[in-house]
Write a protein that binds this ligand. Sequence first.
Ligand SMILES: Cc1cc2nc3c(=O)[nH]c(=O)nc-3n(C[C@H](O)[C@H](O)[C@H](O)COP(=O)(O)O)c2cc1C
Length: 171
Amino acid sequence: MDIMEAIRMRRSVRKYLPDEVPAAALGTVLEAARLAPTACNNQPFRIVLVKDAALREKLVPACKGQRFVAQAPVVLVGCALEAEAYPSLAGWMNSFAIDTAIVFDHITLAATSVGLGTCWIGAFDEKAVREVLGIPPNWRVVCLTPLGKPAEQPEARPRKALGELVSEDGW
Ligand SMILES: Cc1cc2nc3c(=O)[nH]c(=O)nc-3n(C[C@H](O)[C@H](O)[C@H](O)COP(=O)(O)O)c2cc1C
C-alpha cells in the first residue's frame, strides 16, 4: 500500500476482533514509530504496549469509559519526557506533544498499511492512565490507541475543502 492509499484508507476504528496482532505486523507498526522525526532528533518518547487483558480493562475507566479501548488485543500508550524534548519550538512551545503526535501518526498509517485498525484516544485521565501502568510522574501521557484487526469498516468522515484550509502567499 502506498502512502496516499494508507492516508485515504485510515479510519478511527471503534470495533475490534479479538484476534491476536501478528508479530510481523506489530513489528512494522513499531518500526514506523521508531523512524518518526522529532525536534532536534531528541526522540523523547516511549510507547507502552499493553497486551495484558486485565490491564487493558483498567484503561477503560481511565479513558472516560470508552469500552472499545480494551476490545483490541493491544493498546499503545504514547508517553513523552518533557525535559528531554526540544524546549522552545517557535520560541514558545515544548515539542513533546508534537513529537509524540508524529510518532502516533506514523503508527496509525503503518497499521492501516498492514490491515490493522487504530483510533486516536485523547479523551483520558492522565493521572489514571499513569497509575494503571506505573508511568513515572515526570513522563507525560500524550495519547493512546487500540491496535487490532477491525471489526468494522467506517465510512470516511467529512473534511473541509482545501480552499477553507489553505491560503497562498499570505493569510
Ligand atoms: C488528538 C485526537 C484525539 C482523539 N480522541 C478520540 C477519543 O478519545 N475517542 C474517540 O473515539 N476518537 C477520538 N479521536 C478520533 C476523531 O474523532 C477522528 O479522528 C475524527 O472524527 C475523524 O475521523 P477518522 O479518524 O475516521 O478520519 C481523536 C482524534 C484525534 C486526532
